[in-house]
Design a protein around this ligand. Structure first.
Ligand SMILES: Cc1ncc(C[n+]2csc(CCOP(=O)(O)OP(=O)(O)O)c2C)c(N)n1
Ligand SMILES: [Mg+2]
Length: 441
């Protein structure tokens, strides 16, 4: 290597390189002697201390397999009968917040129904619902603060809804009109909001995990009283990026709450084909990350678990993993027909006992809700969604020139050349383009 360097860079480089090699050799020598000293000191000791692992010797050849491993239990508060629910003493939620959580769950559900149907009618190009997962989103969002930075996958509109994104904001994004913050350059449901600390969704799976860890590290370095909260599906957890993120978060001690929505499917792949072992939660202890498995269909359990997780992250500046067990009631997206790979009976089973039905049962049991209030709420929300929807539909698309902007601070020559050539083309062939639907330049 030294010879190669010499012929390539000349004499000065040779000496510089040789110096590095000598320094590395000296470091290696010291490292080896330190390790040897450690090993010398533990030979014959009862409980050896290997670097990084604290354990004991055993003469029993014990194989750890599913027979000797108890799956992690699922934490929940709301039981199946809705009655005699014992709230933990430190679960302090006032009546307004309890009702607000229900309102937001219902709003998300109604917004999903209307936007899903509108895609079916060809009015928007694509949509993904959160049906069945409302409790994960609203329960966790209610437990964190606006200073916490959200990295989501795509099925987490409920978090944004809780943080104050208006119905108009959602509709403008789905229509990709000129009022959309991303000016129509993202697919529908790829929301983002700088104001609400919600990082824009990117379609390639799991990219958000390492990015969220980086943000968490930055929050720690700047001594902020906030953490990163990163949502992902159990399918996304199979990507290499998930493992890199868990390991970086644990070793660099980053304040991040990982929230895995285990909804049973990654498009058509059921979890039993996605991974073996005890789900995503079992990975937490393997990476040295405190972990809890939660009933993701129980909004109060999600709230409580996320609150505990956040407090832990802020206090100890370390990561926390939540595996939220749920079921994706809707199709993966409007590009999917899930009856091709799962039975209607299975979907009907989960539809009978949704997170919304469960939570409503609890609110009724404590006298905070009734049929009349429910009917009024649903009517009001439906009207507001439809109004925002109609308004967004009327708005023009962003000017087509926006296709070329916002990537570079100063537009490079090759991009401006493309823009002018498109402009010329559009002027010449304007009859063939629906320019009336676009804002003028
Ligand atoms: C890197 C990458 N691979 C594949 C896809 C295609 N894809 C989009 S969503 C998805 C399934 C993800 O499932 P999961 O993480 O469980 O989330 P869910 O849709 O169930 O909420 C796949 C394979 C993608 N977007 N990115
Ligand atoms: Mg999934």
């Amino acid at each position: 290597m030294i010879e190669k360097t010499l012929s390539k860079y000349g004499k000065r480089m040779y000496f510089k390189d040789a110096l590095h090699v000598r320094q590395a050799q000296r470091r290696q020598f010291h490292d080896t002697t330190a390790t040897n000293a450690k090993i010398d000191s533990i030979v014959g000791a009862k409980n050896p201390s290997f670097l990084g692992i604290q354990t004991t010797f055993t003469s029993e050849l014990k194989i750890i397999d599913e027979q000797c491993y108890d799956p992690l239990p699922i934490f929940r508060i709301l039981n199946s009968s809705h009655e005699h629910v014992q709230l933990p003493d430190d679960l302090k939620l006032d009546e307004n917040t309890l009702i607000k959580m229900y309102r937001k769950m219902v709003t998300l559900n109604i917004m999903d129904k209307i936007l899903y149907e509108s895609q079916r009618q060809g009015r928007i190009s694509f949509y993904m619902t959160s049906t069945g997962e409302e409790a994960i989103l609203i329960g966790s969002a209610a437990a964190i603060t606006l200073e916490d930075v959200i990295y989501a996958q795509y099925r987490e509109a409920g978090v944004l809804l809780w943080r104050g994104h208006s119905l108009a904001d959602f509709m403008n994004q789905c229509y990709g009109n000129h009022k959309d913050a991303s000016k129509g350059r993202q697919m529908p449901v790829h929301y983002g909001s700088r104001k609400l600390n919600y990082v824009t969704i990117s379609s390639p799976l799991t990219t958000q995990l390492p990015q969220a860890v980086g943000t968490a590290y930055a929050l720690k370095q700047s001594k902020k009283n906030a953490c990163a909260v990163c949502y992902f599906g159990e399918g996304a957890a199979s990507e290499g990026d998930a493992h890199a993120a868990f390991n970086f978060a644990a070793t660099l001690e980053c304040p991040i709450v990982f929230i895995c929505r285990n909804n049973g499917y990654a498009i058509s792949t059921p979890t039993r084909e996605q991974f073996k072992g005890d789900g995503i939660a079992a990975r937490g202890p393997a990476y040295g990350i405190p972990t809890i498995r939660v009933d993701g269909n129980d909004v109060l359990a999600m709230y409580r678990a996320t609150k505990v997780a956040r407090e832990f992250c802020i206090r100890s500046k370390k990561p926390f993993l939540i595996e939220a067990m749920t079921y994706r009631i809707g199709h993966h997206s409007t590009s999917d027909d899930s009856t091709a790979y799962r039975s209607s009976d299975e979907i009907a089973y989960w539809n009978r006992y949704t997170p919304i039905i469960r939570y409503r049962g609890y609110l009724e049991s404590i006298g905070l809700w009734c049929q009349q209030r429910d009917t009024e709420l649903k009517k009001r929300v439906k009207n507001s969604v439809l109004l925002a929807f109609t308004e967004a539909e009327k708005e023009r698309k962003a000017c087509w020139k926006e296709l070329f902007t916002d990537v570079y601070r100063t537009m490079p020559k090759h991009i401006s050349k493309q823009m002018y050539s498109m402009e010329k083309h559009v002027v010449e062939f304007h009859k063939h383009y629906p320019l009336q639907f676009f804002k003028r330049a």
